[in-house]
Write a protein that binds this ligand. Structure first.
Ligand SMILES: [Zn+2]
Length: 330
């Protein structure tokens, strides 16, 4: 898989312009942004890390989580997602034209991995709840595997909820915090969600309420100690407030999970794109490694096979930026 397979270059250009407009709108209220403590460990002890596009990023001294503070309030974020030009563009344009390639390169492997992890950790089917189901492609692939008796999508955005229904999925069209279930879930999944939330621990506590004792929570989120984020730092496209405001890593996720009543039983970083993402930044002239001979050697001078080997090394050693967490409800 290549980065441009899932993020077509010409469409991304317009997306960046719309993102800049989204930022301009939310920064009007910058004086009302609120300071927060570390979203993972609640420590008030942090250092300023960098500023990007008008947002300040702090790094927790105790657990190394990176987070935006001061940050827009929960109400401001709600308004932002309702009116975001960039998200509207993705759901109207980018996702529909790239659904086939995304299904093949992202959602089908994701569904297989999720089911495999559930089996490995002793689950026997039951009810799976996917929170923030989007177009429902992941859940449709899970349904196809046939391991779970029931697949339920939680998707508050009307257009996306409709897309899920068209795929034949059961949909709860509401925000995660308002969801109530007749009987608790065996598994909850959410992909690339917690980095967006004003108070991620409250979301995890709600997952705890919706799960059976011993039930599993599977999620993905960027790993701030992963290769492309460590190398690119503020230059990474993934450093993207007000959309992404919390950046965890395997260790700090254990801390926030514990606070919400979960025990992390496995973390893995099966990312395939770290090397490709940094290479693309170099090719675009947006990032230089000429003063870093080791990176220059691997990313520029050497051929594809060493790059593949290096990517495999990152994935196998918890050093890719794409992080999976499996946690059990205590
Ligand atoms: Zn912390």
């Amino acid at each position: 898989m290549k980065e441009t397979d899932i993020r077509p270059a010409d469409l991304i250009e317009l997306s960046k312009k719309l993102y800049a407009e989204d930022i301009r709108k939310i920064l009007v209220a910058k004086n009302d942004f609120v300071r927060v403590d570390c979203p993972a460990c609640e420590s008030a002890h942090s250092h300023f890390a960098f500023e990007k596009s008008g947002f300040s990023y702090e790094r927790c001294v105790d657990c190394r989580t990176l987070y935006v503070s001061p940050r827009p309030t929960m109400e401001m974020l709600g308004e932002h997602y309702q009116t975001s030009l960039m998200y509207d563009y993705w759901s109207e344009n980018i996702y529909p034209v790239s659904e086939d390639v995304r299904r093949k390169s992202i959602f089908a492997p994701r569904a297989l991995r999720a089911v495999e992890l559930c089996k490995q950790h002793g689950l026997n089917g039951g009810l799976i709840l996917d929170i923030g189901a989007g177009f429902g492609t992941f859940l449709q692939e899970v349904d196809r595997i046939g391991f779970f008796e029931k697949c339920l999508a939680v998707e508050p955005t009307p257009k996306l909820a409709e897309a899920c229904r068209k795929k034949g999925l059961f949909v709860l069209e509401e925000l995660a915090e308002n969801v109530k279930l007749d009987s608790p879930a065996d598994v909850i999944t959410n992909f690339e969600l917690i980095e967006h939330l004003f108070r991620p621990v409250e979301f995890l506590e709600q997952c705890h309420r919706l799960l059976k004792p011993g039930g599993l929570l599977l999620l993905t989120t960027p790993n701030i100690l992963g290769f492309d984020l460590l190398v690119l730092g503020a230059a990474s496209d993934n450093i993207a407030a007000p959309n992404h405001i919390n950046y965890f890593h395997p260790g700090s996720l254990r801390i926030i999970m514990k606070r919400a009543g979960f025990e992390v039983i496995e973390t893995l970083t099966p990312g395939e794109l770290d090397v490709d993402i940094v290479q693309n930044k170099i090719r675009a002239g947006e990032f230089q490694v000429t003063d870093q001979p080791f990176l220059q050697e691997i990313l520029v001078e050497r051929g594809d096979s060493i790059k593949r080997e290096f990517q495999r090394f990152l994935a196998e050693n918890q050093m890719s930026s794409h992080l999976w967490v499996v946690a059990r409800r205590i």
